[in-house]
Design a binder for this molecule. Sequence first.
Ligand code: ADP
Ligand code: MG
Length: 323
Amino acid sequence: EQLANQIAAGEVVERPASVIKELVENAVDAGSSQIDITVEEGGLTLIRVTDNGSGIEAGDIATAFQRHATSKIATSSDLFRIASLGFRGEALPSIAAVSRLSAVSSTETTGLAHRLVIEGGEIKTDEPANAPQGTDMTVRDLFFNTPARLKYMKAIQTELGHISDYIYRIALAHPGIAFTLKHNNNTLLRTLGTGDRLQVIAAVYGTNTAKSMLSIEGENPDYDLRGYISKPELTRANRNGMTVIVNGRYIRSHAVNQAILQAYHTLLPINRFPLVVLELGMHPSLLDVNVHPSKMEVRFSKEAELRALIEQSVKAALGQYRY
Ligand code: ADP
Ligand code: MG
């Protein structure tokens, strides 16, 4: 009930980037190998996410837009999935309630598809269509019927910043998926989906940066980690360049960031920060996941051991580099 109220208050769909996050995570969960994101005016006039994933059965599309009706979580035993999915079957109905949304989806390669159009939560069209296998979610005029929310939107560049920041990180988390991000006809990101994370780092941060990354590796009986950290001459002025992935999902973790910086700052000034992409693998039972509508918190049950492993591995990575 509390969650429902928060949704009513418009907290779930906070801004265009939150819509993109939900649509893209659904596309990832559908097993897509290609995900294309198109945005206009910072996402306020248009957000379109197309994927080549499993698709939604014609008879299930309308249900997917009913609150609580469907959630992947109900059938999932993997606790970590809860963290990744955020709103437990709330995302699509919440987005459809505050936009003009068109969903076209097909589970087949025959071209037979289905289209649903919903405006402000009201179904306008529910009909057969033609489309390749996968799903095309088009969200227009976000917050058209919630002017109070619309008023809170910042400049287009600010909204775009939130969107691209999220897409860069989800692309870094899934090097096996080919992503494109376009804004007002400019291509901001194109990854190849080859599985090579350095290629994604090159696409996001530039080829020269990718070339000068040092690799991080480490493991103990509970955790394994691998990734990249920038050479000391490539320091950054803030910590925005730190991306942490846990069991294949992009998360935020203060504890992990602190452990990385602890090691980094034994070598470098405390007002300088690295570019890092670090992937951690562990049994889901070692994760304590707390989900709020607007944020996700992850705790690790053997945090001290994990921090020690991270510090040691980051120091070893930086030690590869000779001044
Ligand atoms: P959740 O992801 O928590 O299950 P959502 O509201 O985000 O809830 O989505 C509802 C359901 O719609 C999903 O469980 C899934 O079955 C289906 N769905 C949504 N987007 C896609 C997609 N891109 N491809 C395949 N199925 C999708
Ligand atoms: Mg979802």
